[in-house]
Design a protein around this ligand. Structure first.
Ligand code: EPZ
Length: 423
């Protein structure tokens, strides 16, 4: 078993370079199944969700060539199967994008029900509603989703809930459909726009990504021979911004898109933290305890749920009492029990939590309950007095490349340790 061991009490200082966005990469890779040619994806984060996505593409018959750690060339012209290996698809959430991509490409998909972080119920009814509206029949049986269609015909689809996954999945299923598809009440996250930009760069006709309505004029084929660079990871950048705030540090976060983080920037300024934005970088610095603040997580451009645990660490150390309302997931405060083991005073009320600010955290053995919770516990361990050990770090490896190296380069004392299992 691997764990992270952190000797805390460090003020983080220095520069960090942000990689490509995990939540874009895990959609772009299945999207290559729609391309009738060879395409190269660069600025890919080298994380376990990306590695497994590439293995699945290979299992489907695509030729996948790694050009170093952060770039891959994919030739999906001769795929031989529309059935994704269940043991692999059940390992992560974004495997659901294989349904839209295979349905669009082969008019048939069999994919295992997706796994991923346990954040409470994670229905996919809106994905299915979209596929069915396009003319597909979708059945769920024995842990698998079986979707098939004679023809996919463009239509109007109104999503009942703003969903990143449903927006991207229906987009994937409709780029090669006959006629025009209009999807309303869509998600506007940077990774939604990135998938549309990738598909358009291959010859798709998608308009409106980044607004509430996306219009897709179906095309006959998507051409390859293009290199596409994954958008910088907004959430990784935000994680380091919050690490600077919580550790009273000074970090220059490079290779990010500051506009994607406007909401966090505004919140940090409200908390008394200094933020300077440049073309493609952000500096965050402070030498004071943050002020209290209230937060409600929302779809983009609102405050992202994927930065909720990380700001929870800063607010647990704030001057005063703060409230976070979780507007997306029903169970995203599991990390607060771990932070309380480190001396925080947080009352978990289900969809909201009350953070009574304290001045110091203390090292303790804790477990990552999900990906972003794991990132939050690293920040807490760096601030805390004494030693923190974090188990279940496979969650963290699903979404952050070289996280301990990046924190170490900012001054953190953090080591990955392999421990023999007792049982
Ligand atoms: C994506 O999940 C991200 N994952 C999540 O990031 C992120 O938390 C989430 O979007 C919200 O931003 C990936 O991109 C792979 P949703 P997704 O569909 O697409 C409800 C991380 O840490 N809903 O936007 O699964 C749902 O229950 C992860 O990187 C339905 O009701 O999220 C939730 O309340 C965790 N029916 C809300 O919509 C549906 O069919 C938003 O979910 C779909 C969703």
């Amino acid at each position: 078993m691997e764990k992270l061991v952190i000797k805390g009490g460090t003020r983080l200082e220095g520069n960090v370079v942000i990689g490509g966005a995990k939540n874009a990469a895990v959609a772009l890779l299945p999207a290559t199944l729609l391309v009738d040619g060879i395409c190269t994806i660069s600025n890919l984060p080298y994380i376990s969700d990306v590695k497994i996505s590439c293995k699945i593409l290979e299992e489907l018959g695509a030729k996948v060539t790694w050009n170093g750690k952060n770039e891959v060339t994919i030739d999906a012209r001769n795929i031989s199967s529309s059935q994704a290996p269940i043991d692999m698809t059940s390992k992560f959430r974004a495997s659901y994008y294989l349904i839209g991509a295979l349905l669009g490409r082969c008019h048939h998909a069999i994919v295992g029900l997706p796994g991923g972080c346990n954040l409470g119920a994670r229905p996919i009814d809106q994905h299915i509603k979209g596929f069915e509206a396009l003319g597909a029949t979708v059945e769920i049986c024995e842990g698998k989703i079986n979707a098939h269609a004679k023809d996919l015909i463009g239509t109007s689809i109104y999503l009942d809930k703003v969903s990143v996954g449903a927006t991207i999945n229906v987009m994937l299923a409709s780029v090669l459909a006959k006629g025009t598809t209009i999807i309303e009440n869509v998600a506007k996250e940077p990774h939604v726009v990135d998938v549309a930009n990738f598909l358009n760069s291959m010859g798709a006709d998608i308009r409106g990504a980044g607004t509430d309505l996306i219009k897709i004029n179906g095309v006959e084929r998507l051409n390859g021979n293009t290199t596409y660079s994954v958008v910088p990871d907004q959430i990784e950048a935000g994680t380091f911004m919050l690490a600077a705030a919580a550790t009273k540090g000074n970090i220059l976060i490079k290779n990010c898109i500051p506009e994607h983080l406007d909401c966090l920037t505004a919140k940090l300024i409200e908390m008394g933290v200094n933020v300077e934005t440049f073309n493609d970088s952000i500096r965050v610095y402070t030498d004071k305890r943050p002020n209290k603040a209230n937060i409600t997580t929302m779809p983009y451009p609102g405050y992202p749920t994927d930065l909720q645990p990380q700001i929870g660490v800063a607010l647990s150390l704030a001057d005063g009492t703060s409230i976070i309302n979780e507007g997306i997931w029903e169970s995203r405060f599991q990390y607060t029990a771990e932070l309380n083991k480190m001396g925080a005073h947080i009352i978990d009320q289900g969809r909201s939590a009350i953070f009574q600010g304290i001045t110091d955290l203390y090292g303790a053995p804790v477990a990552a309950t999900d990906l972003r919770a794991g990132a939050a516990l690293i920040i807490a361990g760096i601030v805390a007095h004494g030693e923190t050990s974090i188990t279940n770090i496979y969650h963290i490896d699903r979404g952050y490349e070289n996280i301990e190296d990046k924190f170490r380069s900012l001054g953190a004392n953090i080591q990955r340790v392999i421990e023999e299992d007792i049982f």
